[in-house]
Ligand binder design. Structure first.
Ligand code: FES
Length: 119
């Protein structure tokens, strides 16, 4: 997996770009963010916060294009609302359907000075 692939997307934000205030970081579930045209998914669980480019590798549509309900009840699988590709929520790796053999592109995020930022 190329961990820098997110940098190749149009409008990829620079490191340090604000996503949201630290106090607004979701504690659970999936949220979708538009960073000046760059689509970002945050996937939060009790243990960790992960981020992916919100672009399904099947047709590069946002996973939540047709529905915001894209996380399985057990929190383990992201399911693209367009054609049902499944991805491991922890790794972004495709696990079934049109997700097999591909993966979501992870984006590094961190908390800095009271903000959740790229980096
Ligand atoms: S765009 Fe996601 S499965 Fe087709």
């Amino acid at each position: 997996m190329n961990r820098d692939a997110w940098r190749d997307f149009p409008g990829a934000p620079s490191e340090g770009t604000h996503i949201c205030a630290e106090t607004e970081v979701p504690q659970a579930g999936v949220t979708s963010h538009d960073l000046d045209g760059f689509p970002l998914l945050l996937v939060a669980s009790a243990e960790v916060l992960r981020a992916y480019v919100n672009a399904c590798p099947h047709q590069y549509l946002p996973l939540d294009w047709r529905s915001s309900n894209i996380l399985s009840a057990d929190g383990e699988t992201l399911r693209c609302s367009n054609h049902d590709a499944g991805f491991d929520a922890c790794t972004g790796q495709g696990v079934d359907g049109l997700g097999q053999g591909c993966a979501l592109d992870p984006v590094p995020v961190t908390v800095r000075d009271g903000w959740l930022v790229i980096g």
